[in-house]
Design a protein around this ligand. Structure first.
Ligand code: SAM
Length: 245
């Protein structure tokens, strides 16, 4: 059988193309791409000509089955998404799972992930974090997603579209309070920018200057001291401790 090479690609800066990515794309029999037009630009940039097959959100099953057949017949396939790492808020997960289930070798060609990039430059704690992807588009669902995270002490990472950024920041203020936040824009690109401060400050910033481009929101987790004093858990824990002693 062949190998599925899961390929991380740049999130904006073509300088992030690794030598290994170039080698794998050169050697693959086929490239499975989320958007064949965007990926052919990447291949053109590298001077590589390969057959491209589309593999996106809406043809996951059908295209996935055809790709599995090709892998079983011995073809090596490079899987690329529009930007960053396949499988992270991008198609890939289903195909990778099928390969693992059917004993087809899967290799990862490492590359940038926007969320991790933003986390590292956020200035917020990195020891424990949770990646939450895109908040729901529906305000009510989004708020209940946030409510479920209010006591989470881990740094929280979200992706958001520019036209929903303000609404999401306002919902964050309502649910999480005025925590520390870092909003990353256009990472690795010419107009890369960070807005670091409180949620209120971020809202003010984007009210004055309409959000444009691609965004990652990194939000501080719950303060462990506060989380311990306002809930019903603290006395319960004390009781358990007393009993243990
Ligand atoms: N697979 C990608 C990854 O590994 O990060 C994520 C794909 S997801 C469909 C696209 C979202 O990722 C964008 O809407 C934005 O929230 C975030 N993103 C991707 N590239 C970015 C960049 N250069 N700067 C800021 N955010 C970015």
């Amino acid at each position: 059988t062949g190998t599925l090479f899961v390929c991380g690609t740049p999130i904006g800066n073509l300088g992030d193309i690794s030598r290994r990515l170039e080698e794998v794309l050169q050697q693959a029999d086929l490239v499975a791409a989320e958007d064949t037009r965007r990926s052919s630009q990447l291949l053109n940039h590298l001077g590589i000509r390969k057959p491209l097959v589309s593999y996106h959100e809406h043809n996951l099953r059908k295209s996935g089955e055809a790709l599995m057949e090709k892998l079983k017949s011995g073809m090596n396939i490079a899987l690329v998404s529009d930007a960053g790492m396949p499988g992270i808020s991008d198609p890939g997960e289903v195909l990778i799972e099928s390969c693992i289930r059917e004993g087809i070798h899967v290799e990862l060609i490492a590359g940038p992930v926007a969320g991790i990039h933003a986390l590292i430059l956020s200035g917020l704690p990195t020891a424990r974090f949770a990646f939450e992807g895109f908040p729901d588009r529906n305000k009510k669902t989004r708020r209940s997603q946030f409510e479920a995270l209010v006591r989470d002490e881990r740094t929280l990472i979200f992706y958001e579209a520019p036209h929903r950024l303000e609404a999401t920041l306002k919902d964050m203020l309502a649910c999480f309070g005025d925590r520390r936040i870092a909003v990353a824009r256009e990472l690795t690109k010419r107009y890369e920018e960070f807005v670091r401060g409180t949620v209120t400050e971020a809202i003010r910033h984007f009210e004055a200057q309409a959000p444009k481009g691609e965004f990652v929101i990194v939000l501080a987790g719950a303060d462990p001291l506060e989380a311990g004093t306002d809930g019903a858990e603290a006395p319960e824990e004390d009781e358990v401790l007393r009993e243990l002693m």
